[in-house]
Design a protein around this ligand. Structure first.
Ligand code: ADP
Ligand code: ZN
Length: 298
């Protein structure tokens, strides 16, 4: 049984995962609701938490984006310019706060997944861990001593530039802002745009996977050189292709070319770049971790 109860809400583009507890072993209730309209879906989320209203110390909300997590912004807690029908300019935090009178902390979906992995998952023994998702978009969260790194803005690690050999891969890139940035080249929709079929339906022997692994390895190399994470966790739909992990690890070693001589990179690459240990639960557990992080709720 959980000592204190916290709520987690992982708001995704297809479903909202909700849970109550204080860790992976102590979930007292959980549910998933399809992402339909804000009114319907948020209504179901509110109903889920209502019976626990007096017992919750806090709630963490991680949402798909663009999600405004800057407390100084007039649209703090809004899903802003999403192309998802019905969800543009939705004050999701406001809708929850109107009905739930418990402190609610917010962060981006990728950040909360990173928090979950750092607290209970693959990075539970690391002080500096990087969580990357490669799915509909690409995003990263850097967790330092249990707290997400944020500075002027949140991190936008999916939009860095990486080498793009147009002879090898003539695809122009799918990012509306940058064309062939990392996300524009390597996220699921970019793969789909190249082949006219969803990434999951490309066979494992398609030569493109080697190109994809190269993009991911280039990005990781930049993150390793600039942030020196103790571990890198990669989730998201595209990484369901498990054979990508060994490909990416090998290419990262090749690109670094012995320059970083730490044994995690030289000898323990299999434990350095890893899938999420919490699997699909990383996000919602991370939301609980976010709630537990708040000074007013501990
Ligand atoms: P989201 O990013 O919306 O939260 P996902 O992480 O599941 O969701 O990413 C969805 C993207 O991942 C889609 O572009 C989809 O084609 C791709 N994808 C999903 N499953 C697989 C798979 N098994 N192999 C490769 N790509 C996949
Ligand atoms: Zn971009």
């Amino acid at each position: 049984m959980a000592e204190k109860l916290y709520g987690g809400i992982e708001g995704g583009g297809t479903k909202f995962n909700c849970a109550i507890g204080d860790g992976p072993q102590t979930i007292v209730k959980e549910a998933r609701f399809a992402t339909t309209t804000p009114k319907e879906t948020i209504g179901q989320v509110i109903e889920f938490f209502t019976p626990f209203a007096d017992q919750l110390y806090g709630i963490g909300l991680g949402s798909f984006g663009p999600f405004d997590v800057d407390p100084a912004s007039p649209t703090f807690g809004y899903i802003t310019t999403t192309p998802k029908p019905g969800w543009g300019n939705t004050n999701i935090l406001g809708m929850l706060r109107e009905k739930i009178h418990t402190p609610i902390a917010v962060d981006m979906d990728v950040v909360v997944a990173g928090l979950g992995e750092a607290r209970w998952g693959a990075s539970k023994n690391d002080s500096h861990s990087l969580y990357l998702t490669i799915g509909t978009g690409i995003g990263g969260g850097y967790i330092v001593d249990g707290q997400p790194l944020r500075a002027l803005t949140s991190l936008e690690m999916g939009h860095i530039r990486i080498p793009h050999d147009l002879k090898l891969d003539p695809f122009q890139g799918a990012c509306p802002y940058h064309g062939d940035c990392f996300e524009g080249l390597a996220a699921g929709p970019a793969i789909q745009a190249r082949f006219g079929q969803r990434a999951e339906t490309l066979t494992d022997d398609n030569p493109y996977w080697d190109v994809e692994a190269g993009y991911i390895a280039h990005a990781l190399t930049n993150f390793i050189l600039s942030l020196a994470p103790q571990r890198i966790i990669i989730g998201g739909g595209v990484m369901q292709k498990g054979f990508m992990f060994p490909l990416v690890r090998k290419k990262v070693q090749e690109l670094l070319n012995g320059y970083i001589s730490h044994d995690r990179i030289i000898d323990h690459m299999d434990d350095y770049i890893v899938p999420p240990a919490l699997g699909g639960q990383a996000g919602v557990l991370g939301c609980i971790a976010l709630a537990m992080n708040q000074p007013h709720s501990t």
